[in-house]
Design a protein around this ligand. Structure first.
Ligand code: PEP
Ligand code: MN
Length: 340
């Protein structure tokens, strides 16, 4: 249930609503909207909550009360009608200007991450990606350099002036990862790791949350809800391809997810065309489709020498390919009234 306050509601009106929410056994979450405040009433849905509607409707300053039937509340547009901009340093994610995060799948060496950072920066990326903790399908594959990789990533970020994003796989690593990275990534395999989601929420760092390959759109929004519930509103949703019967590509890019997520939620939406396709030559066309469909940003794998990459070389762009990628993405962005 959300309680929409009148634009003219006073602080006392709001406080009276919050008091009734809390004394009825629910939690109140307040969205300070541009025009009006919205109070989300959180807690288990039961008949009492439905009956409460009429008590709230008559309180001074209340404009209307909406029962939200969806199991996600704080991530829903009913709670937050305006698009939300995730501010992270100089970046405003979800604004007219599209944000491209680029870099290798894994941090492999100082030289590799520095070369990648310089190349992506020169071509117009505004965030550097690089994994130090890698969720590999096989335990025998390269698992990432751990903290040593984070040190190299942070240094490359500092040198190029790019904020860095990296995956955190375990809640115990959060403090360490936060010492090196401005932006946290929760990977597709951990989308439903609720302990990790809550702990990432408590860091108050911006989080890029990737959709699990077998997860529905509403499950992604419920996963986001775990982070938002901790009071951290800086969540970016990321489509990265899902598993379907089609096996021509590594995954199936669910382009539908972009306009659907933008309709259901106020949170910015990214696409990862590298993991969603698995092939270098399909990355640029699919990235362009995402921008045309309304994505707010892209996260893409770029390696100075993909032939020797320790993970995901096949889908990683060469620096020259990334320059071309940026040119083509920019043209599509401009065609839909955005910039890069
Ligand atoms: C990655 O970004 O390198 C990664 C492992 O992505 P995903 O979680 O989408 O598989
Ligand atoms: Mn990868």
């Amino acid at each position: 249930m959300v309680i929409v306050m009148q634009a003219s509601a006073s602080a006392e009106d709001l406080q009276a609503v919050i008091s009734l929410v809390e004394s009825s056994g629910f939690h109140a979450h307040i969205n300070d909207g541009v025009e009006r405040k919205v109070v989300a009433v959180l807690g288990e849905v039961n008949i009492d909550k439905v009956e409460l509607v009429e008590h709230f409707e008559v309180l001074p300053g209340v404009e209307k009360v909406n029962l939200i039937s969806a199991p996600f509340k704080l991530s829903s547009r009913q709670y937050h009608p305006e698009d939300f901009i995730v501010d992270a340093g100089d970046l405003a994610i979800g604004s007219k200007r599209i944000v491209v995060a680029a870099g290798p799948c894994s941090v492999e060496s100082e030289e590799q991450i520095m070369q990648a950072a310089r190349a992506v920066r020169a071509a117009g990326a505004r965030m550097l990606r690089g994994g130090a903790f890698k969720p590999r399908s096989s335990p025998h594959s390269f698992q990432g350099l751990g903290e040593a990789g984070l040190v190299m990533l942070a240094e490359a970020g500092r040198e190029t002036g790019l904020p860095v994003i990296t995956e955190v796989m375990d809640a115990h690593d959060l403090d360490m990862v936060c010492r090196y990275a401005q932006f946290l990534q929760i990977g597709a395999r951990n989308m439903q790791n609720y302990t990790l989601l809550r702990a990432a929420g408590q860091t108050m760092r911006p989080v890029l949350l990737k959709r699990g390959p077998g997860c529905r759109i509403k499950e992604l929004l419920m996963a986001a809800e775990y982070i938002l519930c901790e009071g951290n509103d800086r969540v970016v949703l990321c489509e990265r391809g899902i598993t379907t019967f089609e096996d021509a590509a590594r995954n199936t890019t669910d382009i539908n997810a972009i306009p659907i997520l933008k309709e259901l939620s106020h949170l910015p939406v990214f696409l990862d065309p590298s993991h969603s396709t698995g092939e270098r030559r399909w990355v640029t066309p699919v990235a362009k489709a995402a921008i045309a469909a309304g994505a707010d940003g892209l996260i893409v794998e770029v390696h100075p020498n993909p032939q020797v990459a320790r993970s995901d070389g096949k889908q990683s762009l060469h620096p020259s390919g990334f320059e071309q990628f940026m040119r083509e993405v920019r043209a599509v962005a401009e065609a839909v009234g955005r910039t890069v």
